[in-house]
Design a protein around this ligand. Structure first.
Ligand SMILES: NC(=O)c1ccc[n+]([C@@H]2O[C@H](COP(=O)([O-])OP(=O)(O)OC[C@H]3O[C@@H](n4cnc5c(N)ncnc54)[C@H](O)[C@@H]3O)[C@@H](O)[C@H]2O)c1
Length: 335
C-alpha cells in the first residue's frame, strides 16, 4: 500500500480530487490517502496557505495529489507552488499534452511532453525597482550549469524510458548569450550521451510558431522556466484547453501531481467541473509508483468516455447536461 497525500484545495478542487480518488480506487490500486490542507481555505483557518503540517505529511509520503488553490490578489499570500518547489527542490515541471478523440481541438495526433525547468531562470525572485521613482525595473535571470544539466538529463532519460524518438531543446541563445546560451551548450553536451534519441534545438520564437503550424513534429521538449511556462499552456491550447491538461512537479525525493487549471470559482459547488485534468495527473502519479497497468486502464476508460461524448461535463459538450459525478461514474463503469 502506497501512502499519498491529497490536498482537496479550493473552489472545484474538492469535487474533482474526490472523483479522481474514487476512480483510482475503482481501478484496484491500493493507496492509503492522507488528507492535508493548503490554499485559501487553509489560509483562512490557519493563517498559512501551506501549513507546516502539510509540508511534513508530504515530506513523509513523498507523493501528493494537489487540487487547485485560490490565490487572492493583492495580499501577502505567498505562492504555495513556489513554496513547495523550494521546499522539496521540485526541479522538473512535467507537462504532457495529448489529443483525445471526441474532443473538439485544432489538431489531432498530438503527443508532446514538455519538461520545464522549475527552480531558476527569470523566476529566481531577483526583481526590483532600480530608482525611487519606480521608472526603471530589473529582473535577474539566474541559470546554472548543474540545474540546466539535470533538467535536460531528465528529459532524455524520460525519452529513453518511454520509447520517445526526439528531444527538442528550446532557447534564445542568439540574444541571451549567457543564460540561454549556457542552457543550450549544456543541453547539447547532454544530448551527446543519448545517440539513440534524435536531438534538435530551436529558438523560442520560432518554436512558438512551429508548435502552432505543425505540432505533430514535436515529441519531448525541454526548456528554461519562463519559456516552458508559456509553451506548455500553448501546447494545452492545441488539444482543447486546460480542461485536459495535467502537470507534475518532480524532484529527486518528492513528486506533486496536479491539474494545470485553477480553482474555477465561477463554477464551484455546482457539479460542473470537468475532472479529466486532475484524473490524468492521478494516472501520472500511478505510473510514477509503478502502477502502469491500472494507469493505462483509467486513461483508456477516460478516452472512451471522451470519444463517446455524451457523459462528459458541459465544458466538453454543452448539450450533455452531465456533471462531475456523472462523468466520474461513466469512467468507473468502464473500469
Ligand atoms: N495550480 C493552481 O493551483 C492554480 C492554477 C491556476 C490558477 N489558480 C487560481 O485559481 C483561481 C481562479 O483562476 P482563473 O479563473 O484565472 O483560472 P481557472 O483555471 O480557475 O478558470 C478559468 C476558466 O476555466 C474554467 N475551468 C477551469 N477548470 C475547469 C474544469 N476543471 N472544468 C470546467 N471548467 C473549468 C473556469 O470555470 C473558468 O471559466 C485564482 O485564484 C488563481 O490564482 C490556481
Amino acid at each position: 500500500m502506497t501512502s499519498v497525500v491529497y490536498i482537496p484545495g479550493d473552489g472545484i478542487g474538492p469535487s474533482i480530487v474526490d472523483a479522481t480518488m474514487r476512480i483510482i480506487e475503482a481501478s484496484g490500486a491500493k493507496i492509503d490517502w492522507i488528507e492535508a490542507e493548503a490554499g485559501l481555505g487553509a489560509f483562512e483557518k490557519h493563517g498559512e496557505p501551506m501549513p507546516d503540517a502539510t509540508l511534513e505529511k508530504i515530506r513523509r509520503t513523498r507523493l501528493a495529489l494537489k487540487g487547485p488553490l485560490t490565490t487572492p490578489v493583492g495580499t501577502g499570500f505567498r505562492s504555495v507552488n513556489v513554496a513547495m518547489r523550494r521546499e522539496f527542490d521540485l526541479y522538473i515541471n512535467l507537462r504532457p499534452t495529448k489529443s483525445f478523440e471526441g474532443v473538439r481541438s485544432r489538431f489531432k495526433d498530438i503527443d508532446i511532453v514538455l519538461f520545464r525547468e522549475n527552480t531558476e531562470g527569470l523566476y529566481s525572485g531577483l526583481e526590483r525597482y532600480v530608482d525611487e521613482e519606480k521608472t526603471i525595473a530589473e529582473s535577474i535571470a539566474v541559470v546554472t550549469r548543474p540545474h540546466s544539466e539535470r533538467i535536460v538529463r531528465a528529459a532524455y532519460e524520460y525519452a529513453v524510458k518511454h520509447d520517445r524518438k526526439k528531444v527538442t531543446i528550446v532557447h534564445k541563445a542568439n540574444i541571451l548569450k549567457y543564460t540561454s546560451g549556457m542552457f543550450l551548450e549544456v543541453g547539447r553536451e547532454v544530448a551527446r550521451n543519448y545517440p539513440q534519441i534524435e536531438s534538435d534545438d530551436k529558438i523560442v520564437d520560432n518554436m512558438a510558431m512551429q508548435m502552432v503550424i505543425k505540432p505533430e513534429q514535436f515529441d519531448v521538449i525541454v526548456t528554461t522556466n519562463l519559456f516552458g511556462d508559456i509553451l506548455s499552456d500553448l501546447a494545452s491550447g492545441l488539444v482543447g484547453g486546460l480542461g485536459l491538461a495535467p502537470g507534475a512537479n518532480i524532484g529527486d525525493d518528492v513528486a506533486v501531481f496536479e491539474a494545470v487549471h485553477g480553482s474555477a470559482p465561477d463554477i464551484a459547488g455546482k457539479n460542473l467541473a470537468n475532472p479529466a485534468a486532475i484524473l490524468l495527473a492521478g494516472t501520472m502519479l500511478l505510473r510514477h509508483i509503478g502502477e502502469m497497468e491500472r494507469a493505462d486502464r483509467i486513461d483508456k476508460a477516460l478516452a472512451d468516455v471522451l470519444r463517446d461524448g455524451t457523459r462528459v461535463t458541459r465544458d466538453l459538450n454543452p448539450e450533455s447536461g452531465v456533471g462531475t459525478t456523472e462523468m466520474r461514474d461513466a469512467i468507473i463503469e468502464l473500469l
